[in-house]
Design a protein around this ligand. Structure first.
Ligand code: ATP
Length: 256
C-alpha cells in the first residue's frame, strides 16, 4: 500500500467531523472520496496532510508512520495536495508559483544563495526547468509570465496541480479539482489527471461533488456521511448502493 490510515478520528467540541475512518491507497490507483456537504471529506485531507491534529488514529505512508509529523515533512516525503479554496501566491507569476513549491527539496542554503555558488546556480536552473516542464504538462506554459491572479478559475486550479506536482509526490490529494469548471473543462481535466498519474507514477485521491466526473475517473470510491464511512466500492457499486442514495437524498430533503 502507498498509504494506510487506521481509525482516523477528529472531534471538535461536541462534533465528530471524522469518525474511525479507515483508508488504504493502492499504488497507481485513482480513488474518490465523496459525501454530502459537511460529511468530513476535507477534514480527512487535513488529517492526512497534518494540517489539523487528529484526535485518534494512525497513518502509514510508504511504510513510514507519519502520524503527528509536520505538514512540510509530510509533503517532503511525497504526499501533496491541492485546496478547495485555491491557495496561490496571487501576485507572483504562474512560473514563480511552481518554482516556490519546488524549493521544498532544495539542498543548498542561505550561504550558497548569497554568494551565487555554482551548485546553487545549477540547482536554481534545475528547479526552473522542472517547473517549466510541469506548466507544459498542465497546459499553462503559454501563461508562465502572467500573474496568477489574472488566470481564469479553471487555469488557477490547473496551476494548483502543477504546484502540487512540484514537490515530486507519490500520492496526490485533489480537493474538488473540477469545482467551477464547465463540462468541457471537466473532461479535459479528467484526461490530464489520467495523464499525470501515468507520467509521474502517482496514486491519486480526490474529493469531488461532480458525480459524472467522479464516476468516470475513479476506480474505487469511498462515501462519507456525518464523518462515517457508509460505503466503499467501484463506481457501479456506489451508484446503486441504497445507503448512498439515502444519504444524498436525506441531506437534499433536509436542505429543501
Ligand atoms: P464540503 O463538501 O461542504 O466541503 P466536507 O465533507 O469537506 O464538506 P468538512 O469541511 O470536512 O466537510 O467538515 C466536516 C464537519 O466538521 C462539518 O460539520 C464542519 O462544520 C466541521 N468542521 C470542520 N472544521 C471545523 C473546525 N475547525 N471547527 C469546528 N468544526 C469544524
Amino acid at each position: 500500500m502507498i498509504l494506510e490510515a487506521i481509525n482516523l478520528t477528529k472531534r471538535y467540541k461536541g462534533l465528530t467531523a471524522v469518525d474511525s475512518f479507515c483508508l488504504k491507497i493502492e499504488p497507481g490507483i485513482i480513488r474518490g472520496l465523496i459525501g454530502p456537504n459537511g460529511a468530513g471529506k476535507t477534514t480527512v485531507f487535513n488529517l492526512l496532510t497534518s494540517l489539523v491534529q487528529m484526535t485518534e488514529g494512525q497513518i502509514t505512508f510508504l511504510g513510514q508512520d507519519i502520524t503527528g509529523k509536520r505538514p512540510d515533512e509530510v509533503a517532503k516525503l511525497g504526499l501533496s495536495r491541492t485546496f478547495q479554496n485555491i491557495r496561490l501566491f496571487k501576485k507572483l507569476t504562474v512560473l514563480e508559483n511552481v518554482m516556490v513549491a519546488a524549493q521544498i527539496h532544495k539542498k543548498y542554503g542561505f550561504f550558497s544563495t548569497v554568494f551565487g555558488l555554482p551548485q546553487f546556480l545549477r540547482e536554481e536552473r534545475a528547479i526552473k526547468e522542472t517547473s517549466e516542464h510541469l506548466l507544459e504538462v498542465v497546459g499553462l506554459a503559454h501563461l508562465r509570465d502572467q500573474q496568477a491572479k489574472n488566470l481564469p478559475y479553471g487555469d488557477q486550479r490547473r496551476l494548483e496541480i502543477a504546484r502540487a506536482l512540484a514537490v515530486s509526490p507519490k500520492l496526490l490529494l485533489l480537493d474538488e479539482p473540477a469545482a467551477g469548471m464547465n463540462p468541457q473543462e471537466s473532461i479535459e481535466l479528467s484526461e490530464m489527471i489520467r495523464e499525470i498519474r501515468q507520467q509521474f507514477n502517482l496514486s491519486i485521491l480526490l474529493i469531488e461533488h461532480d458525480m459524472p466526473f467522479v464516476m468516470d475517473l475513479c476506480e474505487k470510491i469511498q462515501v462519507l456521511n456525518y464523518g462515517k464511512l457508509i460505503a466503499e466500492g467501484t463506481p457501479e457499486e456506489i451508484r446503486t448502493n441504497p445507503d448512498v442514495i439515502k444519504a444524498y437524498l436525506g441531506r437534499a430533503a433536509s436542505h429543501a
